[in-house]
Design a protein around this ligand. Structure first.
Ligand code: CTP
Length: 419
């Protein structure tokens, strides 16, 4: 079972990036279901984020993934049996869970959860789950009927009561050919939850924004020139999506009005897709009233009078002349609106005089805060952001950090402001 390598909590160093995972250890218990293959990607993501993973593979899990692949990905010994812990006189199963900051059961099958509920300890995974006082998170994955069965739902409720964090499965087509709830969430969503718990805010499940409505705009807008061409910009949408996610985590009812991006919808967020600035404005108006609106989208300032047929190159004896029309300013419109949210926040992307230009925008657009970011580097599309938060009280400059951390910090500020 072992790849012969000793435990080495520093072995992930070369893959580390700055993250709440840094130096944290996850004990990953892999149950026996087809979704076990996604645990391989989860290991890769945890290590990429700076964490370390120890794998415990159940007999069922070993029917779907091999100890060899898990050892190669985690660069750690993989444990499959109570009896392969080198020295059970040292209570190896207890040691395993003690070293972990979080135990993640993924996939958590109906059978494994039933055993956890009943306190059955008949293999390594169930024994260490019974013997631990480390926080446990279970990520269920199973056939829709198994998930919906009264017995499973009873077990899930009991496990929650026992303090286990249970991620709700996704809905969609299943490996068994059926359709419904029971799919394992994508590894990116699972790692976001893990980071959330390891950051310390998961355990309390605090929802200071429960009952509050939030609107977030994100991404670029595409302004058509003809049926095949459009005006756009480099916005990736990451920062806006992270903010929508962070607000939803704090309990807000979030509508994310998104320009064209290739990002997954954050869990618990209602997403409305738009193409143009005019469509974005309509979608924002339709989502009102709201307690807070955060307009992160890089809205195109101008649009062209779009041709309904493709403009041909040789037609006008040279490049076509594009007459540009000014787009509505959604933020400024909200600032003047009777339905203005109590807290209105704009973003300002600047390449120079960042704070100066942003301060001017605060007044011009009638908002409460402006989050200014310097986009002269690779912020647009990059994973990190360095922002200045400008309010009537002054300017606060935050150190450069991952966009997800900017989002969390901002969401907490919003929760304070609305409380
Ligand atoms: N914004 C908006 N509607 C627009 C343009 C911008 O709602 N038509 C919002 C953005 O979502 C952001 C803020 O206004 O929250 C500032 O956007 P930015 O592009 O930095 O400012 P502009 O108004 O375009 O000003 P400039 O081009 O002079 O920087």
């Amino acid at each position: 079972m072992s790849d012969g390598r000793p435990h080495d909590s520093t072995s992930a160093t070369s893959m580390r990036t700055s993250s709440g995972m840094n130096g944290k250890r996850v004990l990953l218990v892999i149950g026996g279901g087809i979704a076990a293959y996604k645990s391989c990607e989860l290991i890769r993501l945890i290590r990429k984020a700076g964490g370390a993973v120890t794998c415990v593979l159940t007999d069922g899990g070993a029917q779907f993934v091999t100890p060899m692949s898990l050892a190669a990905l985690s660069e750690e010994q993989v444990y499959t049996s109570l009896w392969d812990l080198k020295n059970e006189t040292e209570m190896g199963h207890i040691q395993l869970s003690r070293e972990a900051d979080l135990i993640v059961v993924c996939p958590a099958t109906a059978d494994l959860m039933a055993k956890m509920t009943a306190g059955i300890a008949d293999d390594l995974a169930t024994t260490l789950l019974l013997a631990t006082d480390t926080q446990v998170m279970a990520v269920p994955a199973m056939n829709v009927r198994m998930w919906e069965h009264a017995a499973t739902q009873r077990n899930v409720a009991q496990l929650r009561e026992d303090g286990v964090i249970i991620l709700h499965p996704d809905k969609g087509p299943m490996a068994c050919g059926e359709h419904g709830e029971g799919r394992l969430p994508e590894p990116e969503a699972v790692i976001a939850e893990i980071e959330h718990v390891l950051d310390g805010d998961g355990a309390t499940q605090s929802t200071p924004l429960a009952g509050k409505r939030a609107i977030v705009t994100a991404g670029p807008t595409h302004e058509p020139i003809d049926p095949v061409r459009y005006i756009a910009n480099r916005s990736s949408g990451q920062q806006g999506y992270a903010i929508a996610e962070a607000l939803a985590r704090l309990g807000a009812d979030v509508t994310l009005v998104s320009g064209p991006v290739s990002l997954e919808t954050p869990r618990g967020v209602t997403r409305v897709d738009v193409q143009t600035a005019v469509e974005m404005q309509t979608a924002v108006d339709a989502a009102l009233p709201a307690d807070v609106a955060i307009l992160v989208a890089a809205v195109a300032d101008w649009r062209a009078e779009a041709s309904d047929r493709k403009i041909k190159k040789g037609e006008s004896g040279g490049p076509p002349e594009l007459e540009l029309i000014e787009n509505p300013d959604i933020l400024a419109g909200l600032g003047r609106s009777e339905k203005r949210p109590a807290l209105l926040i704009g973003f300002a992307a600047e390449t120079d005089k960042v704070v100066g230009y942003a301060k001017a925008k605060l007044d011009r657009k009638g908002c409460d805060w402006i989050v200014a970011n310097d986009v002269s580097g690779d912020v647009m599309g990059g994973a990190e952001n360095s922002v200045h938060v400008i309010t009537a009280d002054g300017v606060e400059s935050w150190t450069q950090m991952p966009k997800r951390d900017v989002a969390r910090k901002l969401a907490e500020r919003i929760a304070d402001a609305l409380s």
